[in-house]
Design a protein around this ligand. Sequence first.
Ligand code: GLU
Length: 444
Amino acid sequence: MSYVDEMIEAVVAKNPSEPEFHQAVKEVLNSLRPVVDANEEKFRREALLERLVEPERQIKFRVPWVDDKGQVQVNTGYRVQFNSAIGPYKGGLRLHPSVNLGIIKFLGFEQIFKNSLTGLPIGGGKGGSDFDPKGKSDREVMAFCQSFMTELCKYIGADTDVPAGDIGTGAREIGYMYGQYKRLTGLYEGVLTGKGLSYGGSLARTEATGYGLLYFTKEMLNMNGIDIAGRTAAVSGSGNVAIYAIQKAEQLGVKVLTCSDSNGWVYDPDGIDVAALKEIKEVKRARLTEYKNYRPNSEYHEGRGVWTVKVDLALPCATQNELHLEDAKALAANGCIAVAEGANMPTTLEATEYLQEQGILFAPGKASNAGGVATSALEMSQNSERLSWTFEEVDKKLQDIMVNICHNAADAAKRYGFDKNYVVGANIAGFEKVVDAMLAQGVV
Ligand code: GLU
């Protein structure tokens, strides 16, 4: 059996209750076959894949807090420090009831390659909790964040591990966590990214993931002789990634027809109104049913459905495994030309394969959504030099980073005979740098 197949079997056997982690490992290792086969003897002797799929450290802890009724609540906190070969662990904190160790491991594993692709010195990590911020008061969110950080602060630091936002963790949560870290350690340092502008945050970090997704998509289309202007797009989600993806898409002349939340989706034939979406989601923290009040021409539908709309571009920006095989078939039947992932692993493996077989350009999240973490690394640089760059400076660097990622992925794919396969290209390009650093640093 090949080394890759052995490792996939071993990961499934060793971590039986972690299907999302299996999925991420399968996707990455399958793409790495040409590199692994060419170096099989050396990689086996070094147990390179065994080391790659085993987190350097994983921390699981109790998070007790008191709700507004005086009742004690208990959540589980996680931080998986997956790989520090090329820099301090870096990756977000997900707060969502679905969070478990397998989900954090899948996200942490993806983060290794994503962070490597940015070209910046950041290792891979991820964390979070099964706490659900939805419907909680500000005081409850603060109580949770303070308790979570009281334990997490023992394991993180500006040069060790730098968490950030993810689903459920936005500016409010990062603020509460930062305050508690500072209080407990006495350190005013860049230990978290996505901070507010008044206490060390970077301009353009809020917009970065969504903007970066569009910079990548534009470049991928360009490389294939297609102009992004004048296209239509379906976006899923209505959180931070979706909002700024829609905003940048519209600036680039793309008409975005949809967005969604966990209850339903909106179709707006005139193009999604970003100002309305921001008010509903960021100010009111309300549901998308409200959108119709702002845009009477729009339609609200319960359940799933954004991928049934006829569009040129599909940008899944909600969560993992939200775009299934039947969705891929519907997109293809409607003449979709490209799918670019804003979320982490939103497309199932079978849907990805189907889209690629149909000749639809497919950008994997670890490449196309890397603008968020890349700008986090720029925030770390600014914190280290105790300076703040202008919006234009950060945005320009972000654009260059996304264009580079796109070319590096395309080149790596071509080198191994998989022209236009950005999944293979992104995985190989991300892996090469990490492996080089791991081999150079010996058995650690
Ligand atoms: N959660 C984001 C991601 O999936 C950003 C992580 C960060 O900025 O560290 O990449």
